[in-house]
Design a protein around this ligand. Sequence first.
Ligand code: SAM
Length: 280
Amino acid sequence: MPRDQILTFFSKYIESELGMIYSESNDFQLQNRLEEIVKLHNFANIGELYQSAQKGITGSLRQLVLDVATNNETSFFRDPKYFRAFENLIEKQIKGDLFSDKELRIWSAASSTGQEALSVAILIKELKQKYASDLSFSILGTDISERALEKAREAKYFQLEVQRGLTTPQMLKYFTKNDKDMWVASSELTKHIQYQKMNLKDAFYPHEGFHFIFCRNVLIYQSVESKIKILSKLESSLVDGGFLILGVGESLIGLKQDYETIMLDNAVVYRKKQKILKVA
Ligand SMILES: C[S@@+](CC[C@H](N)C(=O)[O-])C[C@H]1O[C@@H](n2cnc3c(N)ncnc32)[C@H](O)[C@@H]1O
């Protein structure tokens, strides 16, 4: 049976806006997400949403479609082996064996509700304390979802969310419980993090030169063509020798990229090749 006209329309729209592919095997999920939009935007049914969308998807409807279409699943220290690899690299930096820069710039390039950026901040804080280091660092978190960014900026989490990945000592050291039973991240962490809305499909990427880019669990939803474009833009946002950290199911295999592959603590990370200076 040919794919439903409405699902085809929205899957094409989402792909053109986000690069995210909703294949026919995900029709059930897409249908559920459209039903969520119907409820949140007070349409009578999916047919009415479709009719309105055909006149143009703009303003609050556009943002709602983008928010609902994206999967914001995340947790603290998700896939710990990558954080062990990152820890290993931060230790090298503290010992003076990695970058000569005094401040590390880290980009969480699909930051969702902020757990990834906060995990990075906790890890660095812990190592700074362990080695009595004065290393300074800043973290940029970006995402296309306003809804996710709003939560990331608030940095307030439910008990179940903090339990996913944080140890009790980390919870008590870096969070306080407010009167609504939410765990609020301390300014000791949040002062290092800035959030900004950004679509990875955009032509212009931040160019401050990052030492580390976490771009995890987002490329998996992209077409091969879109992955290749995003990876090469990420490469130009890295300093020479900077590291790209992808998610568990994501790799550069078959994507013709100019990164070095490095195995660290059982995790594969990618390193931007350093320019070799010619000596005359
Ligand atoms: C599954 S979450 C991953 C969060 C975190 N990186 C992690 O691994 O736990 C994927 C995030 O990518 C964001 N996203 C999807 N497409 C995007 C795009 N084109 N540009 C920027 N963010 C996007 C979604 O809004 C979502 O928050």
